[in-house]
Design a binder for this molecule. Structure first.
Ligand code: SF4
Length: 240
C-alpha cells in the first residue's frame, strides 16, 4: 500500500525540522544565552531593538563597569545618566525610557524580583510584558524564552527573511503567523527539551542570517540551508 503524500503543512514542518538539523550540523549547539543572568537577558532584549548585538554588549559593559546592573540600582539612576551609559546601543533616550518602564514594573510591582515578574502561565506573563511601554512581541518572547524558561518561539528579521526566501511563509506573514507556524511545526519534543530546541533554533537562524542570508546577495552556495531552497526563485513574491 502506498502512503498518501504529506500535505503542504506537514511538508513545511518536515523542512523546518530538517533546517535545524542542517544548521546544527554546521554550527554545533550554539549554547546561546544572550546574557549572564536572566536580568541581563531582559536588559539586552530591550537594548537590542534596532541595533546589532555588538553595540548592546558595549552598553551592557558600561552598566557592569558602573556597577548598576541590578533592578534597583538601575531604576535608581536618573534617566539621563542611564541614557549616557547605554549610548553605544543607539536610540539611547528612547531605550532609557523603555528600560525605565520595564524597571518600574519590575521594582514597584514585583519587588525587583524577576522570577516573580516572569512567574505564571506563559500567556499571562506575555500579556504582562506586552503591557509595559516599549515591549513588543519580539522583546517579550526573548525575555520569556531566554530569561523565563517559557516556551515561546522568538521571531526576528532573520527568521522572516530565511522563511520567505525558502517559501515557508507568505511575504505578508505577521509575527503571530510565523510564531504559530514555528510552534506548531517544532513542538515534537516535550518540555524541557523543547525549550533548549527553540532557544538553539533561534540562535541557529541568527547565525545563518548573519553569516549567509544577508539582505542583499545572500551567500546561498555556502549556506547549510541551500538544499532546502525551492526550485522556483522566491524573490519576486517576497520582495528582496
Ligand atoms: S543564504 Fe540562501 S540558502 Fe541560506 S538561508 Fe538564505 S536563502 Fe536560504
Amino acid at each position: 500500500m502506498t502512503r498518501p503524500a504529506p500535505n503542504p503543512a506537514a511538508r513545511r514542518a518536515q523542512a523546518l525540522r530538517l533546517a535545524y538539523q542542517r544548521m546544527r550540523a554546521r554550527f554545533g549547539h550554539l549554547q546561546w544565552w544572550p546574557g549572564e543572568t536572566p536580568f541581563e537577558v531582559c536588559v539586552g532584549a530591550i537594548l537590542t531593538q534596532n541595533t546589532a548585538w555588538s553595540n548592546v554588549e558595549r552598553a551592557i559593559a558600561n552598566l557592569k563597569a558602573a556597577r548598576v546592573l541590578t533592578p534597583r540600582k538601575l531604576y535608581a539612576l536618573p534617566e539621563r545618566n542611564l541614557a549616557a551609559l547605554i549610548r553605544p546601543a543607539g536610540y539611547f533616550n528612547v531605550k532609557a525610557r523603555r528600560l525605565r518602564a520595564f524597571l518600574q514594573t519590575l521594582v514597584e510591582d514585583f519587588g525587583g524580583r524577576l522570577d516573580r515578574l516572569l512567574a505564571g502561565d506563559t500567556a499571562t506573563v506575555r500579556q504582562r510584558l506586552l503591557a509595559i511601554h516599549g515591549i513588543g512581541p519580539e522583546t517579550a518572547d526573548s525575555m520569556l524564552l531566554y530569561a523565563g524558561a517559557h516556551p515561546r518561539f522568538v521571531i526576528d528579521a532573520y527568521t522572516r527573511r530565511i522563511f520567505q526566501r525558502h517559501g515557508w511563509c507568505r511575504g505578508d506573514a505577521s509575527y503571530d503567523d510565523l510564531q504559530t507556524l514555528c510552534e506548531s511545526a517544532l513542538s515534537q519534543k516535550p518540555l524541557p527539551a523543547r525549550l533548549d530546541y527553540w532557544q538553539d533554533y533561534h540562535a541557529q537562524l541568527v547565525i545563518t542570517g548573519k553569516t549567509y542570508c544577508r539582505p542583499r546577495q545572500p551567500r546561498c552556495a555556502e549556506c547549510p540551508l541551500k538544499p532546502l531552497l525551492p526550485n522556483r526563485p522566491q524573490s519576486k513574491t517576497i520582495g528582496h
